[in-house]
Design a protein around this ligand. Structure first.
Ligand code: FES
Length: 147
């Protein structure tokens, strides 16, 4: 059974964009699918709240590579908040569609990117944040009245 891939999907599979690693990434995540056995690694560089660079490594199928490729292409330059809203439906639309059996590949790519963003947010952005001032607690001492 031949799957119907769009020309754009085949192009991203044959010539993937943003493939590779980033040394000392600001965010990193690995994601895998236990059923199909495919895996993706995402690496992020963030500057002033924007995705300056994003790369991926794939140990997966043609759709795994194509969806990660177009996703990284589309989120590069976006703010972290904009990238968080980039869902799998947009990935599929950008590719001009995916065979029904391959939709999960786009879902995994988006989940992997979101996981790398979560890693970045967990680490913080390097800015020294002011601690939230605690309210001074006033100790009320009961004084025994002397009479
Ligand atoms: S078959 Fe699982 S990611 Fe493509």
């Amino acid at each position: 059974m031949a799957l119907n891939y769009t020309k754009k999907t085949i192009n991203h599979f044959l010539k993937p964009q943003n493939i590779g690693k980033i040394s000392k990434p600001d965010g990193y995540a690995q994601i895998g699918n236990m059923i199909c056995g495919d895996q993706l690694d995402f690496f992020l560089k963030v500057e002033k709240g924007k995705i300056k660079d994003v790369k991926f490594l794939s140990f997966g199928c043609a759709s795994n590579i194509a969806t990660a490729s177009i996703l990284t292409e589309k989120v590069k330059g976006l703010t972290i908040n904009q990238a968080k809203k980039y869902d799998w439906k947009k990935v599929v639309k950008e590719l001009g569609g995916l065979p029904r059996q391959k939709i999960h590949c786009s879902v995994m790519a988006v989940q992997g990117l979101q996981k790398a963003i979560a890693d970045y947010e967990k680490k913080g952005d390097g800015e020294v944040k002011k601690p939230i001032a605690k309210k001074k607690s006033v100790a009320v001492k009961k004084t025994a009245s002397k009479k």
